[in-house]
Design a protein around this ligand. Structure first.
Ligand code: 5GP
Ligand code: ZN
Length: 137
């Protein structure tokens, strides 16, 4: 097992634990973007968000909110980002699914937003057709 987050989940590598339950573990990021930057991971190895089993997904997203509320109550940030990177093109460096919770301070400039684009309406119409979900599909 070479996955660093699997090693953290099994206790082989230590972490600054915030929370855990049957499916999920949360701990402080070792190289935080800001004070209180936490990670929430699944205990089971899934590479990406779309791989997660439904019951684990429910636990994971509930834990993200639990930790986020704790950060808000305890550290009182101006705001927070909840980030989940999937694939190296999206900035995923650890191939084990995880959410970041990054406390933010007004004007901290930590995360550069993307450059907005202005596609033609026809392009949006086409994408809407391709992505529209009806009856769960
Ligand atoms: P990603 O870039 O994949 O979305 O985020 C991976 C995160 O995991 C990074 O913010 C990085 O600092 C954190 N990280 C990587 N290795 C370790 C580790 O061994 N312990 C902890 N606590 N965090 C880690
Ligand atoms: Zn893993």
């Amino acid at each position: 097992m070479s996955c660093i987050f699997c090693k953290i989940a099994s206790g082989e590598i230590p972490c600054k634990k915030i929370y855990d339950d049957q499916h999920v573990l949360s701990f402080l990021d070792i190289n935080p973007a800001s004070k209180g930057h936490c990670l929430v991971i699944t205990k089971k190895h899934y590479e990406k968000f779309n791989d997660i089993d439904p019951e684990v997904l429910v636990s994971l997203i509930k834990a993200v909110q639990l930790v986020s509320k704790k950060i808000e109550a305890e550290l009182g940030p101006d705001g927070y980002n909840i980030i989940n990177n999937n694939g190296s093109s999206a900035g995923q460096t650890v191939a084990h699914v995880h959410f970041h919770i990054v406390p933010r301070t007004e004007g901290d400039g930590i995360i550069q937003p993307w450059e907005p684009t202005s596609p033609e309406g026809s392009e949006l119409d086409e994408l809407q057709k391709r992505l529209r979900i009806e009856n769960g599909n």
